[in-house]
Design a protein around this ligand. Structure first.
Ligand SMILES: Cc1cc2nc3c(=O)[nH]c(=O)nc-3n(C[C@H](O)[C@H](O)[C@H](O)COP(=O)(O)OP(=O)(O)OC[C@H]3O[C@@H](n4cnc5c(N)ncnc54)[C@H](O)[C@@H]3O)c2cc1C
Length: 479
């Protein structure tokens, strides 16, 4: 019998598990995939949004600015990659300037600090690569870009280290109310819990409907991206947004924490929430829109296209409610869900406490995460460090300069590893220009050595994405 069972190990489920791990509770975190952060929390724009655009009457408006502050605190506590780039929302004409005035006022209502309206000259001084058509901008300094999957994984790693149980490859297919608990059935197992948290992203309406009457409907909405190599240079310093509409924040151009340039996303309602394909037509549209803002963008530097699926809904706000006795929905968490995740988790836990969940703090909870990034060690100290830790002297990923030591410690930090991409998300190997073409086989060898998983069973990413089919050479066989 678990005290709390969380369905979904995206950023919302992991933030909730992280926060709950400080209490004396028996918590289970379930996900249908083979790793945490395989939904929207890995495939998004990675922006810690400033908070100038959500309607102040919504939870999105209420949580956004608090979320930025909490994310920045967590960046230090959990050692997460983050760049406080600021955001620039640009105007092409007088109508856009009127809208920017409206967003400035909205930002003030939401509590955004430090905003400035810039004229054309100042805008171009700050971002010389912007189109000459740009005549002004809204500057929002309290915002930035984060590594979104690292944010999610970091909270899961600490939660598990502090006693939360994580079960992967467990798709919830039914929930029944018993007299004093819920019975949660997955494809292979059954669990009992007094409290259930629904953090199932694009499937959160389905999970809600297993317990109570429908209250909202998710409309999965895909957004596609280009990721440009570092050779594109520092094309922009801040996140560049066109003027938003009520429906979308528009096609933006953003630096990433790894010094790449990210361009996208569009917004397309789709029927299959698993359809993360990209299409030529949409990518052409995105490139054209982006070059209107930054004409020099060089799409020959593209190293990857991907898409993410938003949990947009007909409710048009975060659905954060106790929807049935002891059943908490943290559902329909669309953008700015990444930014608001720590606050959504805190508010959710308050609701669980009002439902009777006892929150007794552990005496020696440690909410921090420490790890070594070899690149960050000063040149002068590296030789001594390698003498003490020889695994950091072997570079495995040449593009990103990731060492064997970083890969090995990523494997040992406590979450199960089934795929090459799990290492990519934890250590950063394979994120660079060759996208793992060079280091992939060496990372496979390290996974096998450290975990005992056969190379034939190591996946590229999700279930079924096998890399190797059979041995091509076998010393024991004559053929
Ligand atoms: C294109 C795009 C751009 C975005 N850009 C930003 C941005 O720049 N800034 C920002 O703040 N926000 C942004 N967001 C929003 C943010 O990414 C999401 O709000 C956030 O990641 C949602 O987290 P989640 O945990 O609710 O969902 P998810 O990360 O999708 O996690 C849900 C989890 O539930 C699991 N699950 C589902 N059904 C079941 C089941 N039956 N049984 C077990 N497990 C199940 C899934 O496998 C998944 O792991 C963006 C989103 C998208 C898609």
């Amino acid at each position: 019998m678990f005290d709390v069972l969380i369905i979904g190990a995206g950023i919302i489920g992991c933030a909730t598990a992280y926060k709950l791990s400080q209490f004396n509770l028996n918590v289970l975190l379930l996900d249908k995939e083979n790793d945490v952060s395989l939904g929207a929390s890995r495939a998004n724009t990675a922006i810690i949004h400033g908070g100038y655009d959500p309607d102040p009457a919504t939870l999105m408006g209420k949580y956004n600015v608090k979320g930025v502050k909490r994310c920045i605190e967590l960046v230090d506590i959990l050692n997460i990659e983050f760049k406080k780039s600021g955001s620039l929302i640009i105007a092409f004409d007088e109508n856009d300037l009127i809208k920017l005035d409206m967003y400035y006022d909205r930002g003030l209502l939401n509590g955004v600090e430090g905003m400035e309206m810039l004229d054309g000259e100042e805008t171009h001084r700050r971002e010389p690569n912007l189109s000459e058509e740009v005549i002004g901008a809204l500057w929002v300094p309290e915002s930035g870009v984060i590594n979104p999957w690292e944010f999610t994984i970091a909270m899961a790693e600490v939660a598990v280290r502090e006693g939360v149980q994580l079960e992967l490859n467990q798709k919830v297919i039914d929930i029944q109310k018993a007299s004093d608990c819920y019975l949660i059935k997955t494809e292979t197992d059954q669990f009992q819990a007094r409290y259930v948290v629904n953090a199932a992203g694009v499937y959160s309406d389905k999970i809600h409907n297993m317990v109570t009457e429908p209250a909202f409907k998710i409309n999965p909405t895909r957004g596609q991206y280009f990721l440009l190599d570092r050779s594109a240079g520092e094309t922009v310093k801040a996140v560049i947004f066109p003027c938003p509409t009520e429906l979308t924040k528009g096609i933006l151009i953003s630096p990433t924490v790894h010094d790449n340039i990210l361009v996208g996303p569009d917004s397309e309602v789709i029927s299959d929430p698993e359809d993360t394909s990209t299409t030529r037509e949409t990518l052409d549209f995105i490139a054209k829109q982006a070059q209107r803002s930054v004409p020099c963008l060089d799409f020959r530097c593209n190293i990857r296209n991907y898409s993410g699926i938003r949990a947009n809904s007909d409710y048009n706000d975060f659905f954060v409610k106790i929807s049935a006795p002891n059943f908490l929905d943290l559902a329909a968490i669309k953008s700015p869900g990444l930014t608001c995740a720590p606050i959504i988790a805190e508010e959710g836990i308050k609701l669980l406490a009002e439902e009777g969940l006892k929150l007794n703090k552990k005496a020696n909870w440690d909410g921090t995460r420490k790890l070594i990034r070899f690149k960050e060690i000063p040149e002068a100290e590296r030789a001594d460090f390698i003498k003490e830790n020889p695994e950091y002297g072997r570079i495995i990923c040449r593009c990103e300069h990731i060492t064997e030591g970083e890969i090995v410690t990523a494997i040992r930090r406590g979450l199960p590893i089934f795929s090459l991409d799990a290492i990519k998300r934890r250590a950063g190997s394979g994120l660079g220009r060759c996208q793992g073409g060079f280091c992939g086989p060496r990372v496979q060898e390290i996974i096998t050595r450290e975990t005992g998983i056969s190379p034939l069973d190591i996946l590229l990413d999700k279930a079924g994405s096998y890399i190797l089919v059979d041995q091509t050479k076998n010393a024991d066989k004559e053929d």
